[in-house]
Write a protein that binds this ligand. Structure first.
Ligand code: G3I
Length: 497
């Protein structure tokens, strides 16, 4: 399957911005979701959109609900406007999204009888996919065919939407087959939230892709939405390993909806925006250095128009509300140049237990030091754990981390007494805020561990404070009671670059 737009020349678009040029030089796509209201209302929005990006994704205009205000009646105007803008700027269009349990047509519930066997819904969905994909055949180079069908918090592991309830999980395969019938040349993508880091949801999605591909389902790629926060996002090693394993299935990997919340991290704007620069550098850079990653789509490009503001003001994107580049803009450029953040020295003293247990303790149970047979060095194991929260605790790391800023965590973990269990790294922070003591537990990352082999628990995090930090400790917990938790080579380093 060739990318029909691969030969588009940005020069045809007129002025070519720094980001678009850097993406072309990296041989990667750089796109953004498009807010049509902003595009129509703000010339600066249109100018940056046309100059800085080589691909566009309608943020809402191609979803089932916005397309069909009435049953059997399509309103193509908004989608057409975005596709026409893209064609005028030599950009490709990624269609988003044919099947999603949100933004469904308001008329759908009444059109699908409650006790129906699903035939009605199937017919309506097939018609919707056929009408939409056919209309844009040759003009939309790739489609997010199914979005967010996985939810590991349900018994089935699937999002138990009206599609799942009435059609079973087979609706996923069927949707891809209908899309392929409508446009044999478009790339067909599965898009998912929260799978950019290795872990249970990414594992379930990986297995689902394997099953669908084994059945010959026409899936060409996968989207890691990557709605991250600067207080926690995948480390380079984690994200690159995840990209690699999906690409080894033959899937093109896309970072499909990148934005980076900053307000979940206390601290001043300059500190949060520097941590945000690192986040963009890290995620974009991982895509650039991994051959299996096709490109990055930002979920908007200016803080003025971000869906995240609906939850309360944030500044998750590379351009500020006045369309001025933020440090995150530089982070995208650095990532596009293949320059990844570089960690400094290990700030955790005796992180490898080479000086014995030192300040390390167990919050409950017994702590023992031993050489690890299957990995060079020393392991610290907590046994006799009676609760998931029973942890290995670092002792004070206030001096090491009080400066705040972007950091990378790495630690190797293994279990005894269970074949699998999730291990979580947490930073316990005590601060004085307006004279009062406040406590916060900052999750730095979680990883499925096993008793078979050591796995690396990694994560990037921005560290900021609302007041004056007075105590900080690092701890590892998570596996069920009765399961021993072993940890090696704990490394926390400031990142820069
Ligand atoms: O267009 C109507 C307008 O007529 C009405 O007056 C207004 C008030 O209700 O609503 C407008 O529609 C809103 C639409 O955005 C356009 O602004 C919807 O209510 C609102 O729900 C919708 O939010 C979108 C959201 O998906 C829907 O769940 C966000 O813009 C969009 O960024 C977001 O994007 C999703 C991806 O598609 C899938 N991955 C997650 C991502 C974030 O949720």
């Amino acid at each position: 399957m060739t990318d029909p737009a691969a030969e588009t020349s940005p020069a045809a678009a007129g002025t070519t911005g720094e980001l678009r040029s850097a993406a072309a030089k990296a041989g990667k796509r750089l796109g953004t979701a498009v807010n049509l209201t902003a595009l129509n209302a703000e010339p600066l929005y249109a100018q940056i959109l046309g100059e800085q990006f080589d691909s566009v994704t309608p943020e809402n205009a191609l979803k089932w609900g916005p397309l069909t205000p009435e049953q059997g009646v399509y309103d193509w105007a908004a989608a057409d406007a975005i596709v026409e803008f893209a064609e005028a700027h030599a950009q490709v269009v990624k269609g988003h999204t044919l099947v999603w349990h949100e933004q469904l047509p308001s008329w759908l519930p009444s059109a699908v009888s409650a006790d129906g066997d699903g035939a009605q819904l199937s017919a309506l969905l097939q018609q919707h996919i056929k009408d939409t994909v056919t209309r844009y055949r040759g003009r939309v180079y790739a489609w997010d065919v199914v979005n967010e069908a996985v939810n590991i918090d349900t018994a089935s592991g699937y999002t138990e939407s009206v599609f799942w309830q009435k059609l079973g999980p087979d609706y996923i395969e069927q949707a891809f087959r209908w899309a392929r019938e409508a446009d044999p040349d478009a790339l067909l993508l599965y898009n998912e939230v929260g799978i950019e880091r290795l872990g249970p949801k990414s594992d379930f999605t990986y297995a689902l892709m394997q099953q669908l591909l084994a059945k010959g389902t026409p899936i060409d790629g996968i989207g890691f939405q990557s709605h991250v926060s600067i207080h926690r996002y995948p480390s380079e090693a984690n994200l690159r390993a995840n990209i690699r394993r999906f690409s080894e299935l033959g899937l093109r990997v896309n970072i499909s909806e990148l934005d980076a919340r900053t307000t979940l991290l206390p601290g001043d704007a300059a500190q949060r925006w520097e941590a945000q620069r690192i986040a963009y550098q890290q995620v974009v850079g991982a895509c650039v250095v991994e051959p299996g990653c096709e490109g990055v789509t930002l979920w908007g490009f200016t803080d003025k128009y971000s869906w995240i503001n609906d939850d309360g003001p944030d500044d998750p994107l590379p351009f500020d509300r006045n369309y001025q580049p933020k440090p995150a803009y530089l982070g995208v450029l650095q990532g596009l140049a293949g320059e990844l953040p570089t960690p400094g020295e290990n700030l955790i003293s005796n992180g490898d237990f080479s000086a014995g247990l030192g300040a390390w303790t167990a919050s409950a149970g017994a702590l023992a030091l031993a050489t690890a047979g299957d990995r060079p060095g020393w392991q610290a194991c907590v046994s006799g754990r009676t609760a998931e929260l029973d942890a290995l605790v670092s002792g004070p790391v206030l001096d090491a981390l009080a400066a705040g800023g972007p950091h990378a965590l790495s630690a190797w973990v293994r279990l005894n007494g269970a074949s699998s269990g999730v291990v979580e790294a947490t930073l316990n922070v005590t601060e004085l805020v307006d004279g009062a003591e406040s406590h916060a537990a900052l999750s730095l990352g979680a990883m499925a561990a096993s008793d078979v082999a050591w796995v690396e628990l990694t994560g990037y995090f921005g560290l900021g404070f609302a007041g004056t930090p007075t105590a900080i400790s690092l701890e590892f917990s998570g596996p069920p009671a009765g399961v021993d938790l072993c940890v090696m080579d704990v490394n926390v380093a400031r990142v820069g670059g």
